[in-house]
Design a protein around this ligand. Structure first.
Ligand code: DMJ
Length: 805
């Protein structure tokens, strides 16, 4: 081996096809943060004064959003901050399944009630409670999501009820209050119960508030996500214990038991989507983000709130499995529950940012610190954490609806460590919201973090969670009106007091079932068998030992763990004899790595460096192969005889059938009218049968465009980007996400603007309609190669006789 080894790879997605075919001559890695001066935020202590100013700024943010909602949207469920009016179900143009969150029950106000108490604004709380009692009703012929209605509405009402009673006792106010909010939550609980009538006990995903499951639209309902079914127990247990009606808690425990039985017995992992009748898994991807996140959260918090050991045992079994298979250094990458050694995705979604917070609560601080750091890099790179991002931190899905998860984890990490770094991180998150999301009428979601374009949407969790956690982060716990350590935060950040456990539940016995050997969790590290609610109540600092280690002393740094912004990692890499040379535009953050034994600190470290380079190469190769396999092609003939073909690159989707091997769909291209294809029907629906429909990204979800295309009989759908100048040549291709249902049966692909521009130019040039084939890119390449070989053989064959003559 020569002293200087040079290898090549690219962690970007720049034409994976070209990449595969190119000989590897230099080592490239995309470490956009490494050269950025912005990454080295000083971890200096924040003065008391600055912290108090930030707390006040968080309070101002709350009122800016809350007042905008109350003045312009209430009693609507949500504020539309750009049009500055309310979003009403059945009135505001539908966004498809996304609107199942809305029930015309003043969701933002209900979701926000307990934040008013935390802010110490009893006057507004009292006023808001009166409004809710006067205005909110549930007898509507509307299908709602069981999960969302439970966490936002039932949770919001219960927490507000508890705090109203608390204020009666401790603040000598609201004496008129007689438990009306609890009655509302009981009524809503009853309206959700029909969803639990399934053979497994696992609730349906959606229910009609008035008709229960008798709504004809719900006849075919069968699929739900793990988080949807497994995020009920905290609210339903509180509901049962406060009302004395056991039915809610019984149903929620049964759902949890049924879910637990569905885990993979080998890996102890769960999938993300299942059939509520058969209990069969529909999606076996297993991670900690979308579709599964709060199931794990509720296992742990159910133990904390209710004191039932079995939930801790279950949590620990899953936790060990996640740490064994899903966790890769600071990353958390989905695997298949039944094949856990293979990663099933090369991107992460932003919902998993709650995980470090949960790890803090369960006592596993070190990986929490690491994953939080990784997420912070992503945030610094893209201003906000995009909805999904790849392992090399590229944008997979650029939306950012001002989610709370990262700030939530920052809050718990600060409470656990006291490290002012987390105050600085929170400050940056706060200032970013102020600079990029604040509009005159509230805070607007970001449609694409690349362009910063706003969306006319302010989800209720912006008030109930995002700003609440910011306010808590910058507040001194002793200044708060309640002792937050005596409460469990639900997944929607509603406060449920630990004292609920003392209310008991005569109908539910906490038995130690044989499936949960207590040894299971005594063996875990950290051992959580010593964690009991009373301990959790104590300041978190008390039960988390050790400070916050950020690197693994004495252990070899692997390529997977490497963080370009981590000074210790850079030093370790340098000691291993690896030099980084920046190339091209510094803002792209591309560097070339060189390894030399001469530069290594010791021979041993030189060997480590070599291993590091090899790992980096493998990592990149793996990514390229995965990306190549997933890449789709929209191909068309350049001449009338269809001799020569060109393929434009396109991205796949998670919700439509994959075109594998020599499968393809062929048809004439037809532009949807209107192009966004978000309405219930298309103006040119009659022409669409058998065609390859084109719709533009935006206004509604990818999957709702796909459903419309399918409805009008299109053979496939191409979604073209709405960001001018975007191209698969310069940015990573991604797979469009769906909503967990698998009812789309036609292929659906995504094209960036530049590629679509080429297609569109050809369409305009041709007098005839253009026919295209949608297929796998790899297959197109193979097809081209085979054609070229055939042509060569023909040429050779025609030349042979001549030679023989
Ligand atoms: C919230 O409604 C809850 O935190 C839920 O568990 C996940 N999604 C949103 C916030 O992103």
């Amino acid at each position: 081996m020569s002293a200087a080894s040079a290898t090549s790879l690219s962690t970007g997605f720049l034409d994976p096809v070209r990449l595969m075919l190119t000989s590897m001559v230099a080592l490239w890695i995309l470490v956009a943060c490494v050269l950025s001066t912005e990454t080295t935020m000083p971890t200096q202590n924040m003065s008391h004064k600055e912290r108090a100013e930030l707390r006040d700024e968080a309070r101002d943010m709350f009122y800016h959003a809350y007042n905008a909602y109350m003045a312009n949207a209430y009693p609507a469920d949500e504020l539309m901050p750009l049009s500055c009016k309310g979003r009403y179900r059945g009135v505001t143009p539908s966004r498809g399944d996304m609107d199942d969150i809305l029930g015309n029950f003043s969701m933002t106000l209900v979701d926000t009630l307990d934040t008013l108490v935390l802010l110490g604004d009893f006057t507004e709380f009292e006023h808001a409670v009166k409004l809710v009692i006067r205005d909110v009703q549930f007898d509507s012929d509307i299908i709602v999501s069981v999960f969302e209605t439970n966490i936002r509405m039932v949770g919001g009402l219960l927490s507000a009820h508890i705090l109203a009673e608390y204020l009666q006792k401790h603040a000598d106010t609201m004496h008129w209050y007689k438990g009306e909010l609890l009655e509302l939550s009981r009524e809503l609980g009853y309206r959700l119960l029909p969803a639990f009538n399934t053979s497994t006990g696992i609730p349906h995903a959606r229910v009609n508030l008035r008709l229960g499951m008798k709504d004809p639209m719900l006849k075919k309902s069968r699929e739900t996500c793990t988080a949807c079914a497994g995020t009920i127990l905290l609210e339903f247990a509180a509901l049962s214990r406060l009302t004395g009606d056991p039915i809610f808690e019984v149903r929620a425990h049964a759902a949890m038991d049924a879910l637990w039985k569905l885990r993979h017995r080998g890996s102890d992992l769960m999938g993300t989507v299942l059939n509520v009748h058969s209990g069969d898994w529909v999606r076996r991807d297993s991670g900690v983000g979308a579709g599964i996140d709060s199931y794990y959260e509720y296992l742990f918090k159910s133990y904390v709130l209710l004191g039932d050991d079995k939930y801790l045992a279950r949590f620990n079994r899953h936790y060990n499995a996640v740490m064994k298979y899903v966790s890769e250094g600071p990353m958390l990458l989905d695997v298949l529950m039944h094949r856990p050694h293979a990663k099933s995705k090369n991107f992460m979604d932003s919902l998993l940012a709650f995980w470090p917070g949960l790890q803090v609560l369960s006592g596993d601080l070190k990986p929490a610190v690491q994953t939080h750091e990784m997420l912070y890099q992503v945030m610094q790179m893209h201003t906000f954490i995009p909805e999904a991002f790849t392992v090399d931190f590229q944008i997979h899905w650029g939306q950012h609806p001002l989610r709370p998860e990262f700030i939530e984890s920052t809050y718990f990490l600060y409470r656990a460590t006291g490290d002012h770094h987390y105050l600085q991180v929170g400050k940056r998150a706060l200032k970013t919201l102020q600079q990029y999301a604040k509009v005159s009428c509230g805070y607007a979601a970001v449609n694409d973090v690349r362009t910063g374009k706003h969306e006319d949407r302010m989800d209720s969790f912006v008030l109930s969670e995002t700003i609440k956690y910011l306010f808590l982060l910058f507040s001194d716990p002793q200044d708060l009106i309640i002792n937050v350590d005596e409460f469990v935060f639900t997944t929607e950040a509603h406060l449920l007091p630990l004292s609920i456990a003392q209310l008991g539940n005569a109908t539910f016995s906490f038995r130690q079932s044989d499936e949960h050997n207590v040894l299971d969790f005594m063996r875990t590290c950290p051992s959580s068998n010593k964690l009991f609610p009373e301990k959790v109540r104590k300041p978190l600092r008390n039960f988390i030992s050790g400070s916050c280690p950020r690197t693994t002393a004495g252990k070899r740094l692997s390529a997977l763990d490497f963080q370009a912004s981590n000074a210790d990692h850079l030093r370790a890499v340098y000691d291993m004899g690896i030099t980084m040379v920046s190339i091209g535009d510094r803002s792209q953050g591309k560097v070339r790595l060189f390894h030399s034994f001469y530069n290594a600190k010791s021979h041993e470290e030189g060997e480590m460096g070599l291993q590091f380079m090899q790992e980096m190469l493998e990592l990149t190769k793996m990514q390229s192969i995965n990306q190549l396999a997933q890449l789709q092609a929209v191909a068309y003939a350049t001449d009338e005889k269809a001799q020569d073909w060109i393929a434009l690159m396109a991205g796949p989707s998670h919700f439509s059938p994959e075109l594998i091997g020599d499968q393809f769909v062929e048809g004439e291209v037809l532009l949807a009218k209107p192009l966004r294809a978000c309405d219930d029907k298309l103006e040119n629906a009659d022409e669409a049968k058998g065609k390859i429909l084109v719709a533009e990204r935006g206004d509604c979800t990818f999957v709702s465009k796909a459903r419309l295309a399918q409805k009008v009989g299109a053979a496939a759908l191409i979604v073209c980007d709405n960001v001018p100048g975007s191209s698969g040549e310069t940015q990573p291709m991604f797979a469009m996400s769906g909503d967990g249902k698998d009812d789309v049966l036609i292929p659906v692909v995504f094209m960036y603007s530049v590629e679509y521009g080429k297609l569109s130019a050809v369409m305009q040039r041709r007098k005839q309609p253009l026919a295209v084939r949608v297929m796998q890119m790899v297959e197109f390449k193979r097809w081209q190669l085979a054609k070229a070989q055939r042509q060569n053989q023909t040429v050779a064959a025609t030349q042979k006789p001549d030679k023989e003559l």
